[in-house]
Design a binder for this molecule. Structure first.
Ligand code: NAD
Ligand code: UDX
Length: 461
């Protein structure tokens, strides 16, 4: 057997929602590069090696299968993969700190620092270390200090290459990114690292879409991008509250303003609120950093994006209670969709968690359905007081319900047989469409009382 030789060895530490798909695409597109993805979580690695991947992402299995065993490998031997790497991506989790200084806002960098120390311990040669995780601006400075105090004469060049993929469309985003951002020092070794990283992505990304910058700009651009995206959602959601008071229609307002090229149409869909593992965490981190630099007004400005999101989720539940005659105790309420968005099983910071917990506080009987997220929903609600259950079949979930709350915009919910559903529900039957995905007029004409977000309710009383 001829031993395959590779031009470069890439290792990624962290086989999660980012590390797994990103490295699978790099491997699929760069057959001359050996890619090894490592994690301390053995169950996750075993799942990456199977056809039952640890995360649901449309198209991901095909990409993984294309490269796995050829130039894509998954392993728990972190040290060996560090040692063999020329380029080492670090994609470990950087959640919000829950303890001590900065609790509730700052990024918890313990996994990050542990990885840095592991790299020092296991390395025997120079390496490019790439920040793939989202990090506070100027983390590369701390990273370099830890790494380059190695006492072995090894040079580590730290670069920032933040990831902009969105879950549910990760493969599409990675195959055809709006841009790839590479931040490095502008020194001789920094520029050499920049070239290596640009050449890696240039295997499939047009060079004009690979942009380069200094390290700090790259780190901050990631926080800024998420803050700007979330800000748009909070902006339209704030308008949705105003629409509900004035009979303006938030979809019409969103369409009208989005037609302005300077504003653009995307990320203007009013909803029950934004969720996901990134927006809240990254904005809180931005707020914390601004406060540390004494930029109080800037910190407050961004903090309000989160405040409006919380307001929107609260409003959604308050509207439900008010519409259902100010009591939902013992009423059956079906939650359609628990994932934080469609096409993923991820429920991190999902508005459905908040809605369910509030409904349980009101002593409602909650039935949860979702095509991909029930396993995570069970973990999220473990230990919650109150009556709740799970149903994989949406028709079983809504049977005997007083109300339906749509929390995730799954395509299949648009095509449910609502006549059949209406028959099986208690009357009067309510639908609260937290994603504005249903045909509200048709449902109203069928007999439902319909409460969209940011639009006039359609009621029979
Ligand atoms: P994740 O929790 O799914 O994955 C992180 C993985 O790192 C876990 O499997 C964990 O076991 C592993 N890990 C932690 N410490 C380790 C160590 N010392 N050695 C080896 N493995 C270790 O997280 P994620 O969603 O993939 O996010 C990773 C980073 O990417 C975060 O900084 C996040 O903010 C950022 N990001 C996430 C997204 C997204 O859509 N999820 C998008 C862009 C950026
Ligand atoms: C986000 C960023 O989009 C991505 O670039 C970054 O790398 C990670 O964070 P993600 O959280 O996976 O991606 O999904 P995204 O599509 O941004 O949606 C986030 C939340 O906002 C979801 O709950 C979604 O339903 C909600 N949303 C989005 C709205 O409520 N309205 C919109 O118009 C768009």
């Amino acid at each position: 057997m001829v031993k395959q030789t590779f031009k470069k060895h890439v290792t990624c530490i962290g086989a999660g929602y980012v590390g797994g798909p990103t490295m699978a695409v790099i491997a699929a597109k760069c057959p001359d590069v050996k890619v090894t993805v490592v994690d301390i979580n053995a169950a996750r690695i075993a799942a990456w090696e199977s056809d039952d991947l640890p995360i649901f992402e449309p198209g991901l299995l095909d990409v993984v299968k294309k490269a796995r065993g050829r130039n894509l490998f998954f392993s728990t031997d972190v040290d060996a993969a560090i040692r063999s790497a020329d380029i080492l991506f670090v994609s470990v989790n950087t959640p919000t700190k829950t303890f001590g200084e900065g609790a509730g806002k700052a990024a918890d960098l313990q996994y990050w620092e542990k990885t840095a120390r592991n790299i020092v311990k296991a390395s025997a040669s120079d390496k490019i270390i790439v920040e793939k995780s989202t990090l506070p601006v100027r983390t590369a400075h701390a990273m370099e200090r830890i790494l380059n105090a190695n006492g072995k004469g090894i040079h580590f060049e730290v670069a920032s290459n933040p990831e902009f993929l969105a879950e549910g469309s990760a493969v599409k985003d990675l195959l055809n990114p709006d841009r790839v951002l590479i931040g490095t020092q502008e020194t001789k070794t920094g520029l050499a690292a920049r070239k290596d990283l640009v050449d890696l992505y240039a295997h499939w990304v047009d060079r004009k879409n690979i942009i380069t910058s200094n390290v700090w700009s790259a780190e901050l651009s990631k926080l800024a991008a998420n803050a700007f995206l979330a800000q748009r959602i909070s902006s339209i959601n704030s308008m949705s509250a105003f629409c509900e008071k004035t009979e303006a229609d938030v979809s019409e307002v969103g369409y009208a303003i989005g037609k302005d090229n300077r504003i653009g149409a995307r990320f203007l869909h009013a909803s029950v609120g934004f969720g996901g593992s990134c927006f809240k965490k990254d904005i809180l981190n931005l707020v914390y950093l601004c406060e540390r630099y004494g930029l109080w007004e800037v910190a407050q400005y961004w903090e309000y994006v989160i405040r409006i999101n919380e307001y929107q989720m609260t409003r959604f539940v308050q509207n439900m209670i008010q519409a259902m005659f100010n009591t939902i105790a013992k009423k059956r309420i079906a939650i359609l969709g628990f994932a934080f968005k469609a096409n993923t099983g991820d429920t991190r910071e999902s508005p459905a968690i908040y809605v369910t917990k509030k409904l349980l506080e009101e002593q409602a009987h909650v039935i949860i359905t979702d095509p991909k997220a029930i396993a995570n929903a069970k973990i999220d609600l473990a230990g919650c007081k109150g009556t709740f259950e799970f149903a994989s079949d949406p028709y079983a979930a809504v049977k005997g319900a007083h109300a339906i709350a749509v929390c995730t915009e799954w395509e299949e919910y648009k095509h449910l047989e609502f006549k059949r559903i209406l028959k099986s529900m208690e009357k009067p039957a309510f639908i609260f469409d937290g994603r504005n995905i249903l045909d509200h007029v048709r449902l109203f004409e069928m007999g439902f009382n319909v409460f969209p977000v940011g639009k006039r309710p359609l009621t029979h009383y």
